[in-house]
Design a protein around this ligand. Structure first.
Ligand code: ADP
Ligand code: MG
Length: 705
C-alpha cells in the first residue's frame, strides 16, 4: 500500500459529516434545557442521538395488591376506595391510600404530592407503579407513578429508554427532546458503504438510531444495536489498520543496548521482580536493541507491576542518549508516576537524570517552561497526560513513547505521540483483561506481552457480596479498619441525587458517613464534576494518608496506587460490569495488609448475585471476563457494560466478540479491494476516519463520573 495513506492525509480532510445543529433549534427546546444537556456533554442534535440509552424500562404486567413482590418494581392495578389522607410534617407531607383485594392489602405512600388528594378519584381504577418495601410486616408501595388502566395498557407494549440523567433533567424531558431530535434523523449521514451493509445484513443508520431509542420490539432493538456496534468496531478497526500501516516493521533507528541504570535500580528495589516481570523486561530489552522498532503491548492485571517496567525502559533510553515519554490518562495518575520516578531516582542518588511532568492543569507559563526543557533536550524523562501530544510540545530526541492504561485512549492518541518523534519505540500498557484472540484484533498493530503473575507477597483480596441490609455491619468494619490507620474507598455510581432513587450517590453518601465518622476520620469526595485541581488535591491527600475515607465515583478506577487502602466498598455493584468492578477492586490489596472488597447489591435479582459471585470466587481478570461472558445470554447485554472503560459507546468487546470478528474481516476485505479508499462510495470513509482518529479521548462512563 502506498505511503500516502498515512493518518495525516485524513486529518487534512475537513468535511463535516455530523449534524452539529444545536439542540435549541428544535421546536420546544429552550436555552435552559440545552444547558442541562450541556452538563452531560451534549450540545448538538447528533450528539444527542448518539447518546444511547443505558437501559430500557419495560412496563410489567399488572398485579393485584395481594400479589406484589417485595423489593421489586410492581405495577399494581387497584381501585381507590377512599379519599387519600395527607399527613404533614413541617414542609414535608405524605399522601396515603390503601389498596385492598381479597388476597391482601397494600399501603401506598407519596412524598410531597398532597395534590393527589384532589386528582385521584374515589371509585376509579388506576395502575400504580413503584417499588414495594416491607415495613413492620406491612407492604408499602413507595412513591409510585400513577396511570389510568388505558394509559398503562398502551404503554405496556413499549420499551422506554432510560438515560443517565443529571440534576434538573428528568427522564421525561430527555425522552421528549430525543423524540424531537429523531424527527431530524434523516440528516444523519449513512457512513457504512451499501455493499458492506448488505453483506453483513445491518440496517441503515437512521433506522438504527430510531430503534435504539424507541424500539417497537425486542427484535428491532437487537437489529439497531447490531448495526451500531458493527459500525463502532468497523471504524475503530479501519483506523487500527492505518496505524498498522504507519507502524509497519520499521528499522530500529534508536538502538538501545544494555545499560547500568536499570540494573542498579532493580538491585535497590525493596522487592524482586516476579518471573513474569523479568520475562517481559527481557522482551522489552530485546526489542529496544533489536533490528526493528518496538511496538509492544504489555497486558497485565491490576497490580501486576507494569509501572516499574516502564521506568526501566525509560532509564535504558536515557543512558543511550534518548528522551522518553510516558503518557497517562489522568492528571492524578501522571503525577503519581512522576513522583514515584523522582523518589526512585532520589533513592539511587541519581542526579544527572531530569524528569519533568507535563499536564493540562499547569499554568501556561509552567507549560511553556517545561516545553522548553523538552524541546532543548534538557528534560530526559517526560511524564504527563495527553498534554504531551499537544501541538506546542516538540521533542529533541524522542526514542521511546509509553502509554499507560492504553484502553482509555482513542486510536488517535495511540498514533499522535509517536508522530511527535521520528518513529520512536512504542510501548503500551493495559490492564483490561482481553482474551488473546481479541487483543490480536484490537491491537493488531502490536506485539503482545502478558504479565500473568502477581507479586507473591500480595494477599488476595477478601470479597463479599451483600445486600443493603449489611451496610450497618460494613460501617462497623470500616470503622475498625480506619481505626487501625488504614484507608477506605467507597464507590457510588452517581454524583448527586437523581430521578433513580435506587442508585446511591456520592454527595448524599458522604454526608451520611460524615455524620457518622466525620469527627474521627477525615472524609472527602471525588467525582468527575470537580475541577482537575480539586480532584488532584483530594487524590494527593488520600495518597499521603491525610484523608481516611474517600467517597467517589469510578474516577478512582484508573491506576492509582495507595497501598495503605484496605477496604473497597462498592454500592450498587449491579450497575457495573464485572471487569470494571475488578478494576475497582484492584485499588486495594496493593500493600502487605489483608484487604477487603464489599460489593453491595442494590437490588435483589438472582442473576446479578450469580454474576457478582464470580468476583467473589476469583481475583483473576481473564477468568472473570470469560465467566461473565458465559453467564450472560444474548438478551442480557443492555444496561451493564462488561468491558468497563473502553473507547466504545455501545459495543462490548466480550459480548460482541463475533461482530468484532466480522468487522475485522469486512475491513480487511475493503482494504484489499480498495486499499486507498479511492472509490467514490468510500469517500465518506475517509471523513469518518478523520473523526475516529481525531476524537478526543472519552470514557464510556463519562456521565457517571
Ligand atoms: P499496575 O500493573 O496495576 O500498574 P503497579 O505498577 O502500580 O501495578 O504496581 C502495584 C504495586 O506493586 C506498586 O506499589 C509497586 O511498587 C508494587 N510492585 C511492583 N512489582 C512488584 C514485585 N515484583 N513485588 C512486590 N511489589 C511489586
Ligand atoms: Mg498501572
Amino acid at each position: 500500500m502506498a505511503d500516502s495513506l498515512s493518518i495525516t492525509v485524513f486529518l487534512q480532510l475537513n468535511k463535516k459529516v455530523l449534524n452539529n445543529t444545536p439542540l435549541t433549534e428544535l421546536n420546544g427546546v429552550g436555552p435552559k434545557t440545552a444547558e442541562l444537556f450541556l452538563k452531560i456533554g451534549i450540545s448538538s442534535q447528533e450528539e444527542l442521538l448518539r447518546c444511547y440509552p443505558r437501559d430500557y424500562d419495560v412496563f410489567e404486567d399488572t398485579v393485584t395488591a395481594g400479589s406484589v413482590i417485595v423489593g421489586k418494581k410492581n405495577a399494581v392495578l387497584g381501585r381507590v376506595r377512599q379519599k387519600p389522607t395527607v399527613r404533614r410534617f413541617g414542609n414535608n407531607s405524605i399522601t396515603m391510600i390503601s389498596l385492598s383485594d381479597p388476597d391482601g392489602v397494600l399501603q401506598v405512600n407519596w412524598y410531597h404530592m398532597p395534590y393527589l388528594r384532589n386528582t385521584l378519584h374515589v371509585g376509579k381504577d388506576y395502575v400504580f407503579r413503584g417499588t414495594v418495601l416491607e415495613k413492620n410486616g406491612r407492604n408499602i408501595l413507595q412513591h409510585p407513578e400513577v396511570y389510568s388502566p388505558e394509559e398503562y395498557t398502551a404503554m405496556s407494549r413499549q420499551m422506554l429508554p432510560v438515560y443517565t440523567l443529571t440534576e434538573g433533567l428528568s427522564s421525561k424531558t430527555f425522552r421528549r427532546v430525543m423524540k424531537l431530535a429523531l424527527q431530524n434523523v434523516d440528516l444523519v449521514q449513512e457512513t457504512l458503504p451499501e455493499m458492506i451493509r448488505r453483506q453483513e445484513d445491518v440496517c441503515s443508520v437512521t433506522e438504527a438510531l430510531s430503534a435504539i431509542h424507541f424500539p417497537d420490539s425486542h427484535e428491532s432493538l437487537m437489529r439497531a444495536r447490531k448495526r451500531l456496534v458493527f459500525e463502532e468496531f468497523f471504524f475503530f478497526l479501519l483506523a487500527v489498520s492505518y496505524m498498522r500501516l504507519k507502524l509497519n516493521r520499521a528499522e530500529n533507528m534508536y538502538p538501545m543496548p544494555g545499560s547500568e541504570l536499570p540494573d542498579a535500580l532493580l538491585s535497590s528495589l525493596p522487592y524482586e521482580l516476579t518471573a513474569a516481570q523479568k520475562r517481559v523486561w527481557k522482551e522489552i530489552s530485546d526489542d529496544l536493541n533489536g533490528p526493528f522498532l518496538m511496538h509492544r503491548l504489555i497486558q497485565g492485571d491490576v497490580g501486576s507491576g507494569k509501572t516499574i517496567l516502564a521506568f526501566l525502559a525509560m532509564l535504558r533510553a536515557f543512558e543511550n542518549g534518548f528522551q522518553s515519554a510516558l503518557m497517562a490518562p489522568t492528571d492524578v495518575l501522571a503525577t503519581q508516576h512522576f513522583e514515584t520516578m523522582c523518589r526512585l531516582l532520589e533513592e539511587q542518588d541519581i542526579h544527572n537524570v531530569c524528569p519533568v511532568l507535563l499536564k493540562g492543569s499547569m499554568t501556561a507559563k509552567q507549560k511553556r517552561e517545561t516545553g522548553a526543557l523538552i524541546a532543548e533536550g534538557k528534560a530526559h524523562l517526560v511524564i504527563g497526560t495527553h498534554a504531551l501530544i499537544q501541538d506546542a510540545v516538540s521533542y529533541a530526541e524522542l526514542g521511546l513513547v509509553i502509554t499507560d492504561e492504553q484502553h482509555r485512549f482513542g486510536v488517535r492518541q495511540r498514533g499522535q505521540l509517536t508522530e511527535k518523534g521520528n518513529s520512536p519505540h512504542v510501548l503500551v500498557m493495559s490492564a483490561t483483561p482481553i482474551p488473546r484472540t481479541l487483543s490480536m484484533i484490537l491491537y493488531g498493530d502490536l506485539d503482545i506481552s502478558v504479565l500473568d503473575e502477581l507479586p507473591a507477597s500480595r494477599l488476595p483480596v477478601k470479597n463479599c457480596v451483600v445486600n443493603t441490609d449489611y451496610r450497618e455491619a460494613a460501617y462497623r468494619f470500616i470503622e475498625k479498619e480506619a481505626g487501625n490507620g488504614h484507608q477506605i474507598y467507597v464507590v457510588c455510581p452517581m454524583i448527586e441525587p437523581g430521578e433513580d432513587s435506587s442508585c446511591e450517590n456520592v454527595l448524599e453518601y458522604s454526608s451520611i458517613l460524615t455524620e457518622r465518622f466525620g469527627n474521627r476520620f477525615p472524609i472527602a469526595v471525588l467525582h468527575g464534576r470537580m475541577n482537575t485541581e480539586e480532584k488532584q488535591k483530594v487524590m494527593e491527600q488520600f495518597a499521603d494518608g491525610s484523608i481516611r475515607i474517600l467517597v467517589s465515583t469510578t474516577v478512582i478506577e484508573v491506576g492509582i496506587d495507595v497501598p495503605n487502602a484496605t477496604v473497597m466498598m462498592i454500592e450498587n455493584a449491579e450497575r457495573f460490569g464485572l471487569a470494571q468492578l475488578h478494576q475497582l477492586r484492584g485499588r486495594v490489596g496493593r500493600g502487605d495488609a489483608q484487604s477487603y472488597c464489599i460489593f453491595v447489591q442494590g437490588n435483589g435479582k438472582k442473576e446479578i448475585e450469580k454474576r457478582l459471585e464470580i468476583l467473589d470466587h476469583s481475583n483473576d481478570g481473564f477468568y472473570i471476563a470469560e465467566e461473565d461472558l458465559k453467564l450472560r445470554g444474548p438478551g442480557d447485554l443492555l444496561g451493564v457494560r462488561q468491558s468497563g472503560e473502553t473507547q466504545f459507546r455501545l459495543a462490548d468487546i466480550y459480548h460482541d466478540a463475533e461482530l468484532l470478528n466480522k468487522a475485522d474481516l469486512a475491513v480487511q476485505k475493503l482494504l484489499e479491494e480498495d486499499p486507498e479508499l479511492e472509490q467514490p462510495e468510500h469517500q465518506i470513509l475517509y471523513t469518518m476516519l478523520e473523526q475516529q482518529v481525531n476524537k478526543p479521548f472519552e470514557t464510556a462512563s463519562k456521565h457517571f463520573e
